[in-house]
Design a protein around this ligand. Sequence first.
Ligand code: GLU
Length: 388
Amino acid sequence: MKLAARIGEVTPSVTLAVSAKAKAMKAEGLDVCSFSAGEPDFPTPTHVVAAAKQALDQGKTRYGPAAGEPELRAAIARKLQQDNQLPYQAEQVAVTCGGKQSLYNLMMALISPGDEVIIPAPYWLSYPEMVKLAGGTPVIVTTTAATDYKITAEQLAAAITPQTKLFVLNSPSNPTGVVYTPAEIKALAAVIVDRDILVVADEIYEKIIYDGAEHLSIGSLGPEIFARTITSNGFAKAYSMTGWRVGYLAAPLEIVKAAMTVQSHSTSHVCTFAQFGAIAALESPQDCVEAMRQAFAKRRKLMLDALNAIPGLSCPTPGGAFYLFPNVEKTGMSSLEFCEALLTDYHVATVPGAAFGADGHIRLSYATDEATILKGMERLEKFVKSRL
Ligand code: GLU
């Protein structure tokens, strides 16, 4: 079988693969502690579920417009204005199958062979693969613990070439959880405007932020950067709606239209009744989001304290998202060896840092219950001690 050349360049999603493996092991009856995919364990808030049920009862089961239900696009535009000071019109918003498809559509709509996309590492593992699927070239800029795993304005400026089309900014970050400060975002925006490139701000973790950190949307810094910004977000993380597959893209009209041409020939649009759940999520009080954030804050401390007490491991305190990204180099294992042995021998599922462009690390999601966190950390300690 001769498959398309483009697929030979691309690796399947490791986060989804590890999470599927952990779920399969659980189904076999094994007691697995899964810290793999970033998936909140909370049920979707009942008022959101009720709105989708009501939409079903009302017969909202037909095809809809590719870019989404007009009511949802308007609600998202209001949210972006109120929460993020981003002055998008509803027509500049498109509803996509999760945040992931908003980014995929964007790459397909924007990137041609030869175009370069700057991605700071550690990165969410789908970014470079999406760029490659679109025929573009990911340009990986490595960051280290010395700069809190953040790309500096100087690094960004140095990575820009005449082929650079787009820069991917993800704050709070998956996998490190770091949050860029307003000053850092401003410095990056100045480079983007000065060198006239585009930026996609993946803000999927904006609501999951700790210790009084402030989320700043880069597009809100003024008309020049706004005109160069594509904003990507979704409902999965903030509202515990991972399986619903509702995300969105907001961008200059030309880009939104192009991304919707891609969508109209692929998935058509997001499941109609799911979109009515998303409207309820935005239009109802936001206490559920805050309650989950507080639970994540508690779990972060629990996992971080336990992990940093394990000799040989070290992990900075992340300011957002629900991941820890500890350095495991002292164990002498590659991240793949580490994660495989930990899963096989101790039934703890984690994701190798190599998948995020940072071998020597592993990623743990703490979007799971406290008992699992404590049990998993005990097993991790035993595993690391056996290997040191
Ligand atoms: N974004 C989540 C993660 O990184 C979900 C899985 C995926 O889409 O990669 O774990």
